[in-house]
Design a protein around this ligand. Structure first.
Ligand code: CA
Ligand code: CA
Ligand code: CA
Ligand code: CA
Length: 442
């Protein structure tokens, strides 16, 4: 924070009624609006889910007629032929989760873990690498940006699923068309054509195709952040992977955008994820050789299909037997008992339990709270504000000249690693002596 503040930044802090009065940033208004919550009674709270087979799984390789989801093996690999998506062989996984969690709305699903388990079909076709490899390590060795891969092997990665061609998680099934493939004599046969693809969230919070993140003619390269990397306890890094090896992909639920995707899937029904990797293969016509993973699908006879395991709690907002305003499930999940009250602050972060409940933060973690952690005035007099976000919460920024009348300020949000949102005002500020800002949960 800059020592010299413009006069219009007046020191003030406001919290919701009843919350302790700790000044957070000391310079900016913090506020919270509560939203209505659907109240439906249910029974179960602590749930361990185990789906030993997927609802659908499908090798996503748009060049063979037999890729309608009936193949017993799905390989993941990269092609470095500029006519194809670089993540050329992908593996779509789907579970239908309708009824898996009692419907209380996505914000009331608190996940401890979510894991995809895949089993290797073929013996020692690739080497184990449990850590990310930067995209530069996949470039041609004569590329100026090329970096040497520092560890043997390539990671197997899990991402979300993105769609084009009008398809959605609900409508893209095992026999849906892959997308328009050009003539084999073309120079750009398949780039960007597949109707389902491995996807991650970009800085705008949009799901983007990562199929060509290493770069292509006309496509700038970018780094990916996989939602999970496959790991196994049976091998040391660099070892050749035997058939039957079990890989676990533990989804990064600390990322609010990924957690939001998972919660939405449980809320709506279809969960779709895509396994991908950039193991090298030499493309020979439509076939290829190389060293890459081959995963068992649910169609493999006597095989082990892709499995989904998760552990979650559903908060029942209306069950509050000690009548302190904190749902029993919420108290039990974070504290293991019902001893704490709504105005207590057991993690000492200055936010009461009531405030943490309303803002979706962790009341047992001092580092987790809803606050304005930084702000600055840009050179063109637009304001920029940083605050942490929670999954499935939406935010807007309001300003006021007098702390009485508040109005929404046009702006845009970008997302940084670590669950941080950066809001930036669209237009330069009017020339008034002071303005106050607050971030509001919608
Ligand atoms: Ca490596
Ligand atoms: Ca209670
Ligand atoms: Ca607290
Ligand atoms: Ca906290």
């Amino acid at each position: 924070m800059n020592g010299r503040q413009p006069k219009r930044w007046q020191a003030t802090a406001v919290q919701n009624a009843g919350a302790p009065t700790g000044i957070r940033s000391g310079w900016i208004v913090l506020c919270l609006l509560l939203t209505g919550i659907a109240i439906v009674r249910s029974a179960a709270t602590d749930i361990s889910g185990d789906f030993p087979a997927p609802s659908l799984d499908r090798w996503v390789y748009p060049f063979f007629g037999d890729t309608d989801g009936t193949r017993p093996v799905a390989s993941t690999f990269g092609s470095f032929d500029p006519r194809f998506d670089t993540r050329d062989g992908q593996f779509l996984l789907g579970w239908n989760l309708t009824g898996a969690l009692t419907n209380q709305g996505p914000r009331n699903y608190l996940f401890r873990s979510l894991r995809v388990i895949l089993t290797v079909a073929m013996d020692k076709t690739f080497e184990y690498d449990p850590t990310p490899d930067r995209y530069e390590t996949y470039l041609a060795t004569n590329d100026p940006a090329f970096l040497l891969d520092q560890d043997v092997g390539r990671p197997a990665e899990l991402f979300g699923a993105g769609y084009r061609g009008g398809y959605t998680a609900e409508s893209f099934l095992e026999a849906s068309p892959f997308g328009v493939i050009g003539p084999i004599t073309g120079t750009n046969i398949a780039i960007g054509s597949r109707n389902v693809y491995a996807a991650m969230f970009d800085t705008n919070g949009a799901l983007i195709d990562v199929s060509n993140n290493v770069g292509q003619p006309g496509y700038a390269p970018f780094e990916t952040a996989p939602w999970a990397i496959g790991t196994t306890t049976n091998l040391a890094p660099g070892e050749a992977v035997p058939a039957g090896t079990v890989f676990s992909f533990d989804v990064d639920l600390l990322n609010p955008l990924i957690l939001g995707y998972i919660r939405d899937a449980f809320h709506r029904g279809p969960l779709r994820l895509v396994t991908s990797s950039l193991h090298s293969t030499m493309q020979i016509g439509f076939g290829g050789g190389g060293s890459y993973p081959q995963w068992q699908t649910k169609e493999k006879i006597l095989g082990i299909p892709p499995r989904l395991q998760w552990n979650a709690i559903v908060i029942r907002p209306d069950v509050d037997t000690d009548s302190d305003g904190l749902p029993d499930d919420w108290e039990s999940y974070y504290f293991g008992n019902l001893d704490k009250g709504s105005q207590d602050d057991p993690d000492g972060d200055g936010a009461s339990n009531a405030f943490e409940l309303a803002s979706g933060t962790d009341p047992a973690n001092r580092a987790s709270q809803f606050w304005i952690r930084a702000y600055r005035e840009l050179s063109d007099r637009r304001t920029q504000i940083e605050f942490p976000i929670e999954a499935n919460y939406r935010y807007k920024v309001e300003s006021s000249n007098d702390l009485q009348i508040w109005a929404a300020v046009p702006g845009s949000i970008t997302y940084r690693p670590g669950g941080i949102a950066v809001w930036e005002e669209s237009q330069a500020a009017p020339t008034i002596s002071e303005r106050f800002f607050r971030v509001v949960i919608e």
